[in-house]
Design a protein around this ligand. Structure first.
Ligand SMILES: [Zn+2]
Ligand SMILES: [Zn+2]
Length: 355
């Protein structure tokens, strides 16, 4: 418990470093007064003198309410004016942690100026990006449907009927899962799944590491202003830890893999499968369904129709429009002109009222 001698600066004459326990300024002789703060100079040596150590442990000084002089804790009367101690304030005992001082920021790193004209690559890259962006914008602009006048030059239609045929199909299934109506062709024993069965345990060892407190360490954590010109070092006992490893045994389960067999059935079953498409198409406004030509064990499985109007735009270029239904297709009369929008590939995306 090291004791060190503090110091104080005189507010009256400005003398620095008066010795802590001194009650009067070495420069002007005035009492240090209640507002003076003690501080511990760097590298202040440890106090070893027995008398000084005794004084340091006597307690904080008290301040005379009449003349403001500091008096040692042992005094009952003021050494300055002789007034009794009754009702006098004592100086504060203050702890100062070691890390109390704010950390001074290190030197600021010098900013490296970027030369305006020198970075050729950066500039080139920037221009390249700008050019690419421009190109994309241009492509989007060019790809945008153009408004034009569209004149109907003809109509086109296509109709299809999908045909399915019923025929035997070879399939496989597990025993008990064969659909009704199936004709069994054969079967074989196959692995259905594998069971994991615990057959016992096995003793194994592993290394376990634990953090163990092995002792304590005295660490200086600050200084205490004793209020009488002396300072005392403050210590704390901190735990010291160590990683300790040891071997440990444990039981690990042991498994056996057991395949489980079931009968796998091969069978044949009648199923409707996709066979062909009957298609009819032509120009003009008289669409017709194709003859699906259904034979026994055949059926229709779906119909599709496509109605297209053929146009030429204001510049005479051909264009085509897929009508949403037959009515919309018929409404666009051959020879008449409409306002509309055409993509660059000739697809009409919008067709409005009469021109
Ligand atoms: Zn002074
Ligand atoms: Zn006094």
């Amino acid at each position: 418990m090291a004791i060190r001698e503090g110091a104080w600066d005189c507010p009256a004459c400005g003398r620095k470093g008066n010795r802590g326990p001194e009650k009067f300024c070495g420069g002007c002789g005035r009492p240090r007064g209640p507002d003076v703060k003690f501080y511990l100079p760097d590298e202040a040596p440890e106090v070893t003198d027995a008398e000084a150590l005794k004084r340091s442990q006597a307690g904080a000084d008290w301040i005379c309410p009449y003349c403001n002089a500091d008096n040692p804790a042992a005094n009952a009367f003021c050494s300055g004016c002789g007034a009794p101690r009754d009702g006098a304030r004592t100086r504060a005992v203050v702890d100062h942690p070691l890390n109390e001082k704010p950390a001074t920021p290190g030197p600021q790193p010098l900013a490296v100026p970027v030369r305006g004209g020198g970075s050729f690559w950066k500039k080139g890259f920037g221009l390249g990006c700008l050019g690419l962006l421009g190109l994309v914008v241009l492509l989007i602009f060019l790809g945008r449907p153009k408004s034009t006048t569209l004149t109907v030059t003809g109509h086109h239609w296509a109709r299809t009927i999908a045909v399915e045929v019923q025929k035997p199909v070879a399939e496989q299934a597990w025993e008990g899962e064969v659909p009704s109506g199936a004709r069994v062709l054969g079967s074989s024993r196959e692995v259905h799944h594998v069971d994991r069965i615990q057959t016992g345990t096995r003793t194994r060892t592993r290394t376990v590491t634990e953090r163990v407190q092995t002792g304590t360490q005295r660490v200086k954590t600050g200084t205490r202003d004793l209020g009488n010109g002396y300072f005392q070092d403050v210590y704390q006992d901190r735990p010291v830890y160590q990683d300790r490893s040891h071997q440990e045994t444990y039981q690990e389960p042991v498994y056996r893999e057991q395949p489980v067999y079931r009968q796998r059935i091969r069978y044949e079953i009648e199923k409707w499968v996709r066979d062909r498409e009957a298609r009819a198409e032509g120009g003009g406004l008289a669409p017709a369904w194709p003859d699906p030509g259904l034979a026994p064990k055949q059926r229709e499985s779906g119909r599709q129709e496509l109605y297209e109007v053929l146009f030429k735009d204001a510049d005479g270029r051909p264009a085509h429009y897929r009508a949403p239904d037959e009515q919309a297709w018929r409404r666009l009369e051959e020879g008449r002109s409409y306002k509309g929008k055409v993509k660059s590939d000739g697809e009409v995306v919008e067709v409005g009222g009469d021109e």
